[in-house]
Design a protein around this ligand. Structure first.
Ligand SMILES: [Zn+2]
Ligand SMILES: [Zn+2]
Length: 296
């Protein structure tokens, strides 16, 4: 059965998302979409309410989450569409992730303060929608703090031409590996999530395999498939047309389900517009549903 689908949308339950779950469902309805998956970073706080919002709007909401994981020493993001948000196996993963993220945030803030920039844990907690924040969000809050605007070390981030992407620039200059406020990540191992996935009901799909921090190789995908990976997010704004073709072939060769996800957040990713990704189709949902290992 057809109908447009987006498997990868963030709400304001993610620290870096702008729109309430109900607003996103409204956007999906206005775009004539059949289904969306709200896949917030390491949280299912949008559930169950957003499923009811969807029912009222005539848009199917596919329960989801995006987990930050580690594999081969790199950061990999994993979607779990069709997840049971009440699953104890999922709750255990989320609890561990929250602990890691808060620890990472405290270490980052200490390094930022040591560099002479103004930002406190209280600022962050008050302004990240109650969710443990990602690095780019921390950069955004730091740059929004008026106390930092006059700091000569930060001048380039306030130039009009840099403003839109300034949090990403700051991240690259300060939080990336080898930079002055780098903090090593301590997230859950991707293979451990793949082992736990059947108990959560979710169908594990690798997010944006070609993203610069993942650079998923065919060998990575083969190993992950052996551990239970079901799908590959082939269609995403992270990919160039060449990468899309590359991962489409990889999915076909390894018999992984190719999915589509916009990674819409709102203003932190200004180049991603809601509903702009054309390839998502309901047939992808049916394939995932048929293959996942958990409860029906
Ligand atoms: Zn991601
Ligand atoms: Zn995402």
């Amino acid at each position: 059965m057809s109908g447009r689908v987006d498997f990868h949308v963030h709400s304001n339950k993610s620290s870096d998302g702008d729109y309430a779950p109900a607003e996103l469902v409204g956007f999906a309805r206005d775009h004539g979409m059949r289904a969306i998956s709200i896949a917030d970073h390491d949280t299912v706080a949008a559930y169950p309410d957003v499923v009811d919002d969807g029912r009222r709007a005539g848009v199917e909401v596919i329960p989801g989450i995006e987990l930050t994981t580690l594999f081969g020493g790199r950061e990999f993001h994993l979607l779990l569409p069709l997840v049971d948000w009440t699953s104890p196996a999922l709750a255990k993963i989320i609890e561990g992730q929250t602990e890691c993220r808060m620890h990472e945030t405290r270490e980052r803030v200490a390094k930022i303060q040591a560099l002479g920039f103004a930002l406190t844990m209280e600022d962050i907690e008050a302004r990240s929608n109650g969710a443990p924040p990602l690095g780019v969000k921390i950069a955004q809050l730091l740059l929004e703090n008026p106390e930092n605007a006059g700091n000569p070390a930060l001048e380039r981030y306030y130039r009009p031409e840099n403003k839109r992407y300034a949090p990403y620039m700051f991240y690259g200059d300060f939080f990336a590996e080898g930079k002055p406020a780098f903090v090593p990540k301590k997230f859950i191992a991707l293979v451990d999530v793949l082992s736990a996935a059947p108990a959560t009901g979710g169908a594990p799909v690798l997010s944006h395999p070609g993203a610069y921090f993942q650079r998923t190789t065919a060998e990575d995908a083969r190993v992950l498939k052996a551990h239970g990976l079901i799908g590959l997010e082939v269609y995403t704004f992270y990919h160039t047309p060449e990468q899309t073709a590359f991962y489409k072939d990889m999915a076909a060769g390894l018999d992984l389900v190719a999915t589509a996800g916009s990674d819409f957040h709102g203003r932190i990713k200004p180049h991603v517009h809601f509903g702009a990704l054309a390839e998502g189709d309901y047939g992808m949902v049916e394939k995932l549903r048929a293959r996942r290992g958990g409860a029906a």
